[in-house]
Design a protein around this ligand. Structure first.
Ligand code: UPG
Ligand code: MN
Length: 417
């Protein structure tokens, strides 16, 4: 029964360009990292490169090709300042995924920070308020029920009324027009679609509630894949105020982008068993060592190479991305060093053991690890640090434990002070 339910539900995202494929990879990996039991589906338009699609196949259960739907509504999109967003009408095709009874749509520019499977308890159409106009919902995260009938009605509605912002959000808000007032149970908490905002009430609220964030949404023209995160820059003008908080999320985004994913490891294992080769890896013949981490890297690198050929973004070349990625790993090391330093100098920051861990702890080992002297802790910390560093470098970030977001944030805050 449970299995049936989880097979009939899916998280869905969308990419109509290779740049947005990068975002989808992070959406998929972050959902898997946090152990979702639902299927992962990505819709792609036919112009997405073969490498882009193959890379997505490493992460998603289904890659569904859909036609591009473009509002071509230059007038309204100019109001929004985002002429490129006409293609977001393509998102409306998510209602055609009738192999699922219920889905959660996530924009390609979102990052999942914990398990959010409880979103499937909500009904169509559930979404979080938009920070720009809170009586409208933001269409970056929403719960819906696929139905060809609803799909047809929405497209007819779009043809008849157009979209007040030129994108899908305008159409969906006028189609589900009673969202603001009819049923509060369809209002998702803001932490499921946390966007940055310059409104003056935002910062204190972020300080108070920001650590409850479950899904971060990098709304706006600049996406995480457009720049790398630099800890120093966090104190400079480009990362001031609310963006400073988001700089930390951008860092996490890059960590997730380069992390390994379980589906890839499974596929690599299969490949080794059958002695087959994957075309993504064949594209990267310069890679001699085929450890899972490197093969995973090679598929993202292959995507980067493809982007250089076909990216619509002028500034997004292989070179800039390579610099971004090396900067990122350098920064990860800086971050790691800061975390290690702080840990040996101060009380080690570790998440409290879960009840289960406490229950099953061997009393002998429990003696040294949990109630040892300061010296024992320091000695162990050094060893643990080395191991953790190795794990971190291989992309196994312990988000639920030592590398939990709260710990990283605390260390970054200290570092940036
Ligand atoms: O060239 C594009 C542009 C967008 N998308 C997809 O459409 C989504 C929405 O575009 P995005 O750039 O994320 O828009 P936002 O900056 O989030 O802007 C807002 O306005 C959009 C237009 O109404 C809505 O789609 C968004 O959900 C809403 O948050 C992306 O995440 C992608 O999944 C593409 O695949 N290719
Ligand atoms: Mn978005």
């Amino acid at each position: 029964m449970c299995l049936f339910l989880s097979e009939a539900q899916a998280f869905v995202t969308l990419a109509t360009t290779d740049a947005y494929c990068m975002g989808c990879i992070v959406v998929g990996k972050s959902l898997r990292r946090h152990g979702t039991s639902r299927k992962l589906v990505v819709m792609v338009s036919p112009n997405v490169s073969r490498v882009g699609r193959l890379t997505l196949e490493d992460v998603f259960d289904e890659v569904v090709v859909v036609d591009v739907l473009d509002s071509r509504d230059k007038a309204h999109l100019t109001w929004l300042g985002r002429p490129e967003l006409g293609v977001t009408f393509t998102k409306l095709h998510c209602w055609t995924l009738t192999q699922f009874s219920k889905c959660v749509f996530l924009d390609a520019d979102t990052l999942v920070l914990c398990n959010v499977d409880e979103l499937f308890e909500y009904e169509e159409l559930s979404a979080a308020p938009d920070t720009g106009w809170p009586d409208c919902f933001n269409s970056g995260v929403f719960v819906f029920r696929p139905s060809l009938n609803t799909h047809k009605q929405i497209l007819e509605h779009a043809a008849q009324h157009g979209s007040f912002d030129g994108g899908d959000q305008g159409v969906l808000n006028t189609f589900f027009s009673d969202w603001a007032v009819k049923d509060i149970r369809k209002h998702l908490p803001f932490v499921y679609n946390l966007t940055a905002s310059a409104v003056y009430t935002y910062l204190p609220a972020f300080q108070q509630y920001g650590h409850h964030a479950k899904i971060v949404h990098f709304l706006g023209g600049i996406k995480p894949w457009h720049h790398s995160y630099n800890p120093q820059a966090a104190s400079e003008s480009s990362f001031r105020d609310s963006n400073k908080n988001f700089a930390q999320f951008i860092h996490l985004w890059w960590v997730e982008y380069y992390s390994q994913n379980q589906l890839q490891v499974k596929k690599d294992d299969k490949k080794n068993d059958k002695n087959e080769d994957y075309s993504v890896q064949q594209l990267d013949s310069s890679q001699t060592h085929q450890t899972p981490t490197q093969s995973q890297k090679s598929s993202t690198e292959a995507l980067h190479r493809e982007m250089r050929l076909s990216s619509p973004l002028q500034d997004l070349t292989l070179d800039s991305l390579t610099i971004s990625s090396s900067k990122t790993s350098e920064e990860m090391n800086i971050l790691f060093d800061v975390m290690s330093e702080q840990e040996t100098e101060e009380t080690p920051i570790v998440s409290p053991p879960s009840e289960q861990e406490t229950e099953h702890k061997d009393p002998e080992t429990a003696d040294d690890s949990s109630v040892g002297t300061g010296q024992a802790i320091a000695a162990e910390t050094e060893e643990e640090d080395l191991e953790r560093r190795r794990m971190w470098e291989e992309g196994h970030v312990d988000y639920m434990g030592k590398d939990a977001f709260d710990n990283i944030k605390r260390k970054l805050d200290l570092f940036l002070e």
